[in-house]
Design a protein around this ligand. Structure first.
Ligand code: ADP
Ligand code: ZN
Ligand code: MG
Length: 478
């Protein structure tokens, strides 16, 4: 082989597949009748079954199964005719049975896709599967560094979470940037929230995401050795973690090294990656069909009913709105559940960009529930925006969620355009700035803005700038 002199640095393409865990918000756990819980005193939601006492048997939660199928239908999965539960064996204190009941060979949902609109058009991310399993208990390591097991004095286990239904969604390695991974996850999150099957909150751990990452020379279609990133508990960390891992792999390859298949933790505080463990293989888990549960064969009536219940999905709405207001704004609208109000505003004639802007700024800042807003009145307010003082506009948006809100009345009550109220104010400002008045009269017309600004300030931003400017000009030209 000849070394090429001056060979340009390789362009690398990231290849990313995500494994996402969604805690389903069923009333009870996956295989026993304990209530699911969050934030309770430790170990108050347990029973012999989820503590794995000898002789207990699991009974599958029908609601969790239905919801997983519902998700599968929403994203175009093939629903299994005959799904199996499987034992995934591993030994750790968060798993009292010594195995987790999961699915392996015949998951409930196979294939499917989520179309993720982005700045460069739509991208289809294929799903590999969605299956159902039980969550492990929560372990707290005491005395170590930052809650890690290494160096800990002892560990505490809270079994309240143990046995909670978890839907695991695995994507194909179709994602090619940290940004795209975040967008995919945002859309997926919104989808499960709107299906009503999970709260999917990363901070609470009801949505968790691991990223499998490799890189390859741009243009190639090979799949190189991947690493897995775990424990990223916010969208921001996911983005930063993936970028850090891509940079690490590029550095390894460009210095002539090789990647070994390891699992990393991303430490957000330092922005660094630490090896968590070397990758286990599927055979390490000794999967086999769960003998205590019969295979599950969904009835066609169930599938038909679930299909009929599907709402219009956020991805569809996103694709419809994005061409009008741009992709970023559309994603903000859809994932903040403000797009229904946006659509109503457009329907009554509001200008799309202005409407989107107000919903994502003033309305969001004021914490107004979009469902409480009367779109006709808010549209009128938006239409008058350029004619009314900024402070009045903001207050109007903040008040738009109240029952009796009427835009025109609000504007006339809140903004000061009454000359008898404005004149004394203007006189005061002119009297306080004799030097500027003289300069203006001497030809420095640009000072008009200064006087108007002072009056606006004095009025707490509520004076009608147009009226003020006319009055000031009239007085100075006297
Ligand atoms: P395992 O069974 O070992 O967990 P899977 O085949 O189930 O492996 O893949 C796990 C995840 O890793 C999937 O999201 C998949 O898309 C992703 N993945 C597989 N190979 C690669 C690769 N070379 N680079 C990036 N991601 C990958
Ligand atoms: Zn229980
Ligand atoms: Mg896997």
């Amino acid at each position: 082989m000849t070394a090429l002199v001056g060979k340009p640095a390789t362009d690398w393409e990231p290849v990313i597949g995500l494994e996402i865990h969604v805690q389903l918000k069923t009333r009870t756990k996956m295989f026993c009748r304990c209530e699911t819980s969050f934030g309770l005193e430790p170990n108050v939601r347990t029973c012999p079954t989820c503590l794995a006492h000898p002789g207990t048997l699991p009974v599958a939660n029908g609601q969790a199964i239905e919801w997983t199928i519902k998700f599968g239908l929403a994203v175009g999965c093939r629903i299994a005719d005959r799904a199996l539960f499987a034992r995934k064996n591993y030994f750790y204190q968060d798993l009292p049975k010594g195995y987790q009941i999961s699915q392996y060979e015949a998951p409930l949902c196979v294939g499917g896709r989520l179309v993720v609109p982005g700045p460069d058009g739509e991208r289809e991310i294929r799903l590999n599967r969605a299956h159902l399993e039980e969550d492990a208990a929560k372990t707290i390591h005491v005395g170590g560094v930052e809650g890690r097991i290494v160096g800990a004095e002892h560990s505490l286990v809270d079994f309240n979470r143990g046995g909670t239904p978890l839907m695991e969604i695995v994507t194909e390695p179709d994602i090619h940037s940290a940004e795209e991974a975040k967008r995919f996850l945002q859309l997926l999150r919104q989808t499960v929230v709107e299906l009503g099957i999970s709260d999917a909150e990363m901070e609470k751990g009801t949505l968790r995401c691991d990223a499998n990452i490799s890189i390859r020379p741009a243009g190639s279609s090979e799949l190189r050795t991947r690493c897995e990133l775990k424990n990223m508990n916010s969208f921001n960390f996911i983005g930063r973690g993936i970028d850090a891992e891509i940079a690490r792999q590029i550095a390894v390859y460009e210095s002539g090294g090789e990647i070994s298949q390891d699992t990393y933790d991303f430490d957000a505080a330092s922005g660094t990656l630490t090896v968590h463990r070397t990758k286990e293989e599927a055979e390490d888990y000794r999967y086999f069909p769960e003998p205590d549960l019969v295979p599950y064969e969904p009835r066609s009536e169930l599938i038909e009913r679930l299909e009929a219940e599907l709402p219009e999905l956020p991805g569809v709405r996103l694709a419809r709105i994005a061409p009008v207001v741009g992709y970023e704004t559309a994603l903000d609208l859809v994932t903040s559940a403000r797009d229904a109000l946006y659509t109503k505003l457009i329907a009554v004639g509001a200008e799309p960009k202005a409407a989107a802007n107000v919903l994502m700024n003033q309305l969001a800042a004021a914490g107004v529930d979009p469902e409480a807003v009367n779109p006709d009145e808010l549209a009128k307010l938006i239409e008058r925006r350029s004619e009314i003082p900024g402070a009045v506009f903001n207050e109007g948006v903040a008040a738009s969620g109240t029952d009796s809100f009427a835009a025109i009345d609000f504007i006339s009550q809140s903004s000061i355009s009454d000359t008898s109220e404005l004149e004394p104010l203007i006189d005061r400002i002119l009297a306080a700035n004799p030097g500027q008045v003289e300069q203006y009269r001497g030809g420095k017309q640009g000072l008009l803005g200064f006087f108007v600004g002072q009056v606006m300030k004095e009025s707490g931003g509520k004076a009608n700038a147009k009226v003020v400017s006319e009055l000031v000009r009239a007085k100075l030209n006297d």
